[in-house]
Design a protein around this ligand. Sequence first.
Ligand SMILES: [Fe+2]
Ligand SMILES: [Fe+2]
Length: 172
Amino acid sequence: MFPVKRRSDTDKEHMSFQKIVEEIMSTHHSLLRRELPKISELIKALTTENAESKSITEAQQIFEKVRAKVEAHLRDEESVLFPTGVALETGGEAVPTEMNLLERVAEMEKEHDGCGNALAGVYQTIIDDASASELKEKLLATIEIVQEDFVSHVEKEDTKVHPMLVSLLAAR
Ligand SMILES: [Fe+2]
Ligand SMILES: [Fe+2]
């Protein structure tokens, strides 16, 4: 499906790689950078509220690992993968990197699944094992915001950004 044509798009029939990744960074990446620290705070408070629960403490530890993984993932996208695709598309200077880009793209998709599943596990543990409270509800609602946004974020990257990047890399 083609987006609505704007004056600035008249030279292109499809959304460019650059436009897609800019939109991803300004919406989905910024949402993660805003919401993940909030979840860290809330889940920390929840472990205090459920001090006797081993599984809640474990869920907190898992969440912090997922957060670190996601933040490293965003850094690789923003500092290497996206700028490389933009450079290849526009004929600009490629970003120097030691990274095997094709391998990293495949790994990115595994990380999407891995992080999504781990977060779903954390969410379920909180539902099952945390005692009822306002804090619990607030934490679950914040995780839901992230999960919902993550679906369209991942869908755009797996079905548009990665195939475009792979063909740009192949055409080098
Ligand atoms: Fe991303
Ligand atoms: Fe990604």
